[in-house]
Design a protein around this ligand. Structure first.
Ligand SMILES: Nc1ncnc2c1ncn2[C@@H]1O[C@H](COP(=O)(O)OP(=O)(O)OP(=O)(O)O)[C@@H](O)[C@H]1O
Ligand SMILES: [Mg+2]
Length: 490
């Protein structure tokens, strides 16, 4: 408003020559100024100026009021919006709070589930190993640490086969499980003296594909099964002997009796032979000379001896079958060894090859040997396995002056009883010695029924598991082998 007034008044005041021109009309003819006119004009101008000013002011006021109304309306609208926004924000805040609570709860539950799963994995009795598709370890539980001897820190991030080369699975198994999306089961995978059932589970559909390997040590179960098989074998042998004992013994005694009768009827010394000989024109003395020259009596003695031994075998087998017992018994181990030697003489002399009875047995038994608590039938089984193996190893020796010999030493040391069975057979190389206690390890022809490779593994199981003892071998190739057994006396 002031700027407009200034615009009106300034031209009047500032432009002095113009003002001077305008003032000329207010001059009287005498040159004096007609102040009346000037005053009237000035008053008129002032009134006009004031009027316009008032008009202008009135208009401005109206405008200001309308601006103020508009502003108030905007402010009201803004306030309303702020209230609305604040309400919305409060709802969002509440929702956010709920979300945060929910998230915290979920995180806690996730953490506790993870800890739970971790403790299951850690404490399970099986080896549980996680590997990615290239065999790098991602999971390694306590059983894996215990069996491999490598802790989780040393195993994680390393190649499975670098950390645990003994494991009986290969990269191919991992690849196959992943490509087929099917688990792979490897039953009775064998490493050293241990048996494992292994399952490879593929982890497909995850961001990082891999497999979980579950390794179950079934050594005890397999060995127990093998022991049962051997026991069954022994039991059925005994049953067979028991069943056939009568059938064998009666024709056998008939044979033995007949042989004896033949011997007597060939003899010129028996009075009863003379009459039938005379009636047939036979010279008994010449017949006796012929029998002697052809060693017929020796042959008949041999038949009798073999028959008697057959009878011994049957009764020995019967005793063996009956001797199995469920309880440990206090026994003199030497009785068991001697019984088994007798059994071995009967059994292993019939099979052809080296006869067990032709082996020189050297015994070293102390006088005051304490009795031991053991399962007699099982100990007999162990000694029979050792004697059979020795018999075989001695038979393989190809030296002209070789005298097959078996030394048996028994002695007590502290609370342990020690038994050594030493042969001077073919012996065995270091790499064979390392495996002989493994089930099914044999260098004999299984197809020919020579060996199943179970003898020593079952003996190992009997000594270590059933008698808390130890069994070991020392051997020099070409010189012989010694089996060392140690069991607690009480
Ligand atoms: N005294 C020994 N001398 C040399 N080698 C032996 C001797 N005893 C055992 N062995 C070796 O150990 C292997 C395993 O013996 P083990 O008694 O377990 O099985 P096997 O005799 O072959 O068969 P099985 O006893 O089941 O009839 C034998 O095949 C043989 O190679
Ligand atoms: Mg054997």
């Amino acid at each position: 408003m002031f700027s407009r007034l200034t615009c009106l008044i300034l031209p009047l005041c500032v432009s002095v020559p113009t003002v001077a021109g305008v003032l000329d009309i207010y001059k009287l003819p005498d040159g004096s100024t007609n102040w009346q006119y000037l005053a009237n004009t000035g008053a008129g101008l002032l009134i006009i100026g004031l009027g316009s000013g008032i008009l202008f002011l009135a208009m401005s006021r109206r405008k200001i009021r309308s601006y103020a109304d508009a502003l108030a309306k905007i402010r009201d609208e803004l306030e309303l919006r702020v209230v609305e926004r604040t309400a919305k924000l409060e709802v969002s805040n509440q929702k956010l709070g709920e979300e945060v609570d929910h998230h915290r709860h979920t995180t806690e539950r996730l953490a506790s589930t993870e800890a739970y799963i971790k403790s299951i994995i850690q404490s399970m009795p099986y080896m549980l190993i996680g590997v990615d598709k290239s065999g790098v370890i991602t999971q390694w539980n306590q059983a894996a640490q215990r069996v491999s001897g490598v802790d989780a820190e040393g195993a994680m991030g390393q190649s499975l086969w670098a950390v645990y080369p003994q494991i009986a699975i290969e990269q191919g198994h991992v690849e196959r499980a992943l490509s087929t999306s099917e688990p792979i089961h490897i039953e009775h995978a064998q490493r050293g003296q241990y048996y494992y059932d292994i399952t490879v589970y593929p982890l497909v559909g995850t961001t990082d594909p891999g497999v979980v390997i579950l390794v179950d040590d079934v050594t005890q179960r397999v060995l127990a099964e093998n022991t049962l098989i051997q026991k069954d074998k022994m039991a059925s042998m005994g049953e067979l002997a028991a069943g056939m004992a009568h059938d064998i013994n009666s024709p056998l005694s008939a044979i033995l009796q007949a042989v004896q009768t033949v011997q007597r009827r060939l003899s010129p010394d028996l009075e009863a032979n003379h009459k039938p000989a005379q009636s047939t024109g036979l010279d008994l003395q010449r017949l006796a000379d012929y029998v002697k020259a052809r060693e017929i009596n020796e042959l008949l003695d041999g038949v009798q001896e073999a028959g008697a031994r057959t009878s011994d075998i049957v009764s020995n087998l019967l005793e063996f079958a009956r001797s199995s017992s469920h309880d440990k018994q206090q026994v003199d181990i030497i009785d068991i060894i001697e019984n088994t030697l007798e059994l071995a003489r009967n059994i292993f002399s019939l099979q052809g090859g080296l006869r067990f009875q032709d082996i020189r047995i050297e015994r070293s038994y102390p006088e005051d040997l304490p009795e031991v608590k053991c399962y007699p039938a099982e100990m007999q089984q162990v000694f029979l396995n050792l004697f059979r193996n020795a018999n075989h190893a001695l038979q393989l020796v190809d030296k002209p002056d070789h005298v097959p010999r078996l030394k048996i030493r028994v002695y007590a040391m502290d609370i342990m009883l020690r038994i050594e069975v030493e042969d001077n057979g073919v012996g065995m190389e270091e790499d064979i010695q390392q495996h002989i206690f493994e089930p099914f390890f044999t260098d004999k022809a299984f197809s020919k029924g020579e060996g199943s490779g179970l003898g020593l593994s079952v003996s190992h199981f009997i000594i270590t598991e059933h008698h808390d003892g130890h069994i070991a071998v020392t051997s020099t190739p070409g010189e012989g082998s010694t089996f060392h057994i140690q069991i607690p006396c009480a």
